[in-house]
Design a protein around this ligand. Structure first.
Ligand code: NAD
Length: 289
């Protein structure tokens, strides 16, 4: 156990990420008291039943009062409204962070609501599962995974260093990145692959009458992974594509160019092109692991 990094932490939104943060903070003794708030009464009841948070509050303003760190852990599209609601109740000197999967739009929409004297340090843990809700979290989610912090250029170093310490205490490696770069990198590594998974499962479903249930029955790891990814929370992913529009369209454009090139190689029987392409991608994979 380490000494607490924050005396009071408020978690707004009690889903996969917030609940995992709670268990990870508790595991390492990183926070004195953790309060929590979620919009739905059912989620708050579940949180109380399973002991998620030291105190579950019935309003966001109550949860953030006196908090040293406020974590916005709601879908990206809901962040601005939550920020506007809590702004008058934030303690001077507190830090507000978020865990949203897109950064520029969160900075643009949340930033203006943060009052003078409160620090805003956006963040994004690169860890998740296809599950959601208050019962889906676990303390190990962030172990050996990256969390990216996206501090604004004029943010003092101390609140950033403190938040870094919290994430490291929860098991993560931490890096800093600028928001546009973050959104482009995530469009490649996470957002576009999710869209491809959604699409592939949609295609399989279209063919259901032809294939009956054989697609599922005989699916090897590749398709099974697609179905797992495509089971991810629809609200969260709708918001990701609506708010990371430019970067995902850029990557989708490049993706379709490559796909068309491979499609043409298949049609024309250009085995050399296919072989060279797959040899190249295999080398990339071998360079990663
Ligand atoms: P989740 O669906 O498990 O939980 C979201 C929570 O927010 C729920 O408790 C919901 O009731 C609450 N909520 C929704 N709208 C709200 C509002 N207006 N006010 C208060 N509470 C509200 O989602 P999650 O997976 O924990 O995702 C939370 C954030 O973390 C999202 O911004 C997402 O982009 C980001 N994120 C998710 C993953 C992942 O893989 N799931 C990974 C990294 C970051």
């Amino acid at each position: 156990m380490t000494a607490p990094i924050y005396d009071r932490v408020a978690l707004i939104g009690l889903g996969l990420i917030a609940s995992s943060m709670f268990w990870a903070m508790k595991r390492a003794g990183l926070a004195g008291e953790v309060t929590g708030y979620a919009r739905s009464a059912e989620t708050r009841d579940t949180a109380r039943r399973i002991g998620l948070c030291d105190r579950v509050c019935d309003s966001a303003s109550e949860a953030v009062a006196d908090a040293d760190l406020v974590v916005l852990a709601v879908p990206v599209g809901a962040m601005a409204a939550v920020a506007a609601e809590i702004a008058p109740h934030l303690k001077p000197g507190a830090t507000v962070t978020d865990v949203g999967s897109v950064k520029q739009s969160v900075i643009d929409s949340v930033g203006p609501h943060i009052p003078e004297g409160v620090f805003f340090v956006p963040g994004h843990p690169l860890a998740g599962t296809e599950h959601s809700g208050p019962e889906s979290g676990f303390a190990e989610l962030f172990d050996n995974r990256w969390t990216l912090l996206v501090p604004l250029p004029d943010t003092a170093p101390e609140p950033v260093a403190r938040l870094r310490g919290l994430w490291e205490g929860m098991g993560a490696h931490v890096d800093e990145m600028d928001p546009a770069h973050h959104d482009l990198v995530l469009a490649v590594t996470s957002h576009t692959p999710h869209l491809i998974a959604y699409t592939m499962v949609g295609v399989a479903d279209d063919l259901r009458r032809v294939t009956d249930s054989e697609v599922i029955k005989y699916s090897a790891a590749g398709f099974r992974d697609f179905t797992r990814i495509a089971a991810s929370d629809p609200t969260m992913w709708r918001d990701v594509f609506l708010t990371n529009k430019a970067a995902t369209l850029e990557i989708l454009g490049r993706f379709t160019e490559e796909l068309f090139a491979l499609q043409r190689a298949i049609r024309t029987g250009d085995g050399d092109q296919l072989f060279d392409y797959f040899t190249h991608t295999r080398a990339i994979r071998r360079g990663i692991i």
